[in-house]
Write a protein that binds this ligand. Structure first.
Ligand code: ATP
Ligand code: MG
Length: 169
């Protein structure tokens, strides 16, 4: 399956890691590429590290944010992350690849949308891929088998509640 978790509500990335746990519970291998380097060191990275060789985790270029002054450097970092993603998708020992926040890299045109969609569509038949991030591009939604749009009914941030360990990171 090609799975897309999008929309403005919370739960896109955490749902993807829920699937990772499900796959790992069956002893199957999972690959992760994070297309943005968030401000926080997240609990899921350390948790999945405990699975040892069953998990391959790659984070895009050090110091990368979307407020960068150096567009060319960031485009290059996105390209390297995408090459990593392709390598994981080509590894026959991996059953699930999570491309976390790939939608953000596509939204900023840091990667070629058409090429990305073609590669995702041409994945080997025994591989599941999850793409997360807000504002999924229509051609990706079109190509996907399962698309979930997270909707905000309420978010504690609006009431002034700051990011908390175990909830946001
Ligand atoms: P999570 O990683 O918790 O599953 P997500 O992947 O759906 O969240 P992102 O768009 O990647 O959400 O944003 C990362 C963080 O931003 C979330 O951990 C989070 O709580 C916060 N966030 C998500 N949605 C909202 C919102 N509607 N308003 C304010 N903050 C939000
Ligand atoms: Mg996310």
């Amino acid at each position: 399956l090609l799975i897309v978790n999008t929309g403005p509500g919370k739960g896109k990335t955490t749902a993807a890691f829920g699937l990772a746990l499900r796959m790992l519970g069956h002893g199957r291998r999972v690959g992760v590429v994070q297309f943005i380097k968030g401000a926080w060191h997240t609990g899921e990275k350390d948790a999945l590290a405990r699975f040892g060789d069953l998990v391959e985790w790659h984070t895009m270029g050090e110091g990368f944010t979307w407020e960068t002054q150096d567009l060319q450097r960031d485009i290059a970092a996105a390209g390297r992350a995408w090459e990593k993603a392709r390598a994981l998708m080509d590894d026959p020992s991996i059953s699930l690849v999570i491309l976390d926040e790939l939608n953000i890299a596509l939204r900023y045109d840091y990667l070629d949308l058409e090429q990305v969609v073609e590669v995702l569509k041409a994945r080997r038949p025994d591989l599941h891929v999850v793409v997360t991030g807000r504002n999924a591009k229509p051609p990706l939604v079109e190509a996907a088998d399962l698309v979930t749009e997270m909707e905000v009914k309420k978010h504690h941030f609006a009431a002034g509640v700051k990011a908390q360990q175990g909830i946001e990171f």
